[in-house]
Design a protein around this ligand. Structure first.
Ligand SMILES: Nc1nc(=O)c2c([nH]1)NC[C@@H]1CN(c3ccc(C(=O)N[C@@H](CCC(=O)O)C(=O)O)cc3)CN21
Ligand SMILES: O=c1ccn([C@H]2C[C@H](O)[C@@H](COP(=O)(O)O)O2)c(=O)[nH]1
Length: 274
């Protein structure tokens, strides 16, 4: 995961100190891109141990169109707890926009798969979670926004596009805001996995995952953790094995994924900025 360590070094060396919504403070750059050839191993950060279970269940939860944390909780995933209301709702976040955009019945995932299969040269194979009509009012609480039909948080991984060439499927993500220590390792693995799942159900080989960043930041309370990661020697990438019999994107279950040869350095704790 040289690409991830290079991103960290780039922000450490070129980042500007910047205040942020959470009041934590960040070192930030605007605009950066990394690329992973999905045939060269599964892009899981190895300089700290990642909780793959949370990544897989979160992705399956997005694909279900679910926006209540109950499913995540039932599977031991806590990463969205801080933003949900007392009923576990987050408002119309990622899953809602992917499967039922703007509550208009537009299933962007089904539509993009149909286009990949029937018109792979299309330059319009896009899924957008960004929906200006449900952006939260930052002067009120997360739960008040949810009560008003708004999203608790606007999407960070906001917009992605597919591309087919030589029988391979690639995906590029635009992430408007990126927490380099906590969020980004999850986001890389999640979109790499989504690209591989999409390739399998469209009978295509794996291409690249390209990750484009807007505001890429290191929170001030993550600088020791980041330093520790840079001191560690990266390990070889693991491989992700996916049950080859699944041919419908909505049929995948947790048991269909097996990560092999993942030998990371130990986990590093860090507080999440809310
Ligand atoms: N500040 C911030 N950073 C984020 O990455 C983030 C948000 N907020 N808000 C919305 C989602 C939630 N995401 C999160 C939230 C928490 C962890 C986290 O605490 N990770 C720990 C524990 C992992 C686990 O329990 O599975 C980690 O060590 O990776 C990761 C991603 C990504 N997003
Ligand atoms: O998938 C995700 C979701 C969130 N983040 C980070 C990026 C920011 O640090 C916060 C969101 O705060 P905003 O003020 O809305 O930008 O969460 C992430 O890295 N990945």
């Amino acid at each position: 995961m040289k690409q991830y360590l290079d991103l960290i070094r780039h922000v450490k060396e070129n980042g500007i100190l910047k205040e942020d919504r959470t009041g934590t403070g960040t070192k930030s750059v605007f605009g950066y891109q990394i690329r992973f050839d999905l045939n060269k191993g599964f892009p899981m950060v190895t300089t700290k141990k990642l909780h793959l279970k949370s990544i897989i269940y979160e992705l399956l939860w997005f694909l279900k169109g679910d926006t209540n944390i109950e499913y995540l909780k039932n599977n031991g995933v806590k990463i969205w707890d801080a933003w949900a209301n007392e009923n576990g709702d987050l408002g119309p976040v990622y899953g809602h926009q992917w499967r039922n955009w703007n509550s208009e019945g537009i299933d962007q995932i089904t539509e993009v798969i149909n286009t990949i299969k029937t018109n792979p040269d299309s330059r319009r194979m896009i899924v957008t979670a960004w929906n200006p009509s449900v952006l939260p009012d930052t002067s009120v609480s997360f739960s008040e926004n949810v009560a008003n039909g708004k999203a608790a948080l606007p999407p960070c991984h906001a917009f992605f596009q597919f591309y087919v060439t030589e029988g391979k499927l690639s995906c590029q993500l635009y992430q408007r805001s990126a927490d380099i220590f906590l969020g980004v390792p999850f986001n890389i693995a999640s979109y790499a996995l989504l690209t591989m799942m999409m390739a399998q159900v469209c009978d295509l080989e794996y291409g690249d995952f390209i990750h484009t960043f807007g505001d890429a930041h290191i929170y001030s309370n993550h600088s020791e953790q980041i330093k520790l990661q840079l001191s560690r020697e990266p390990k070889a990438l693991p491989q992700m094995e996916i049950n080859p019999s699944i041919k419908n994107i909505f049929d995948f279950t947790f048991e269909d994924f097996t990560l092999v040869n993942y030998n990371p350095h130990p986990h590093i704790k860090g507080a999440v900025a809310v």
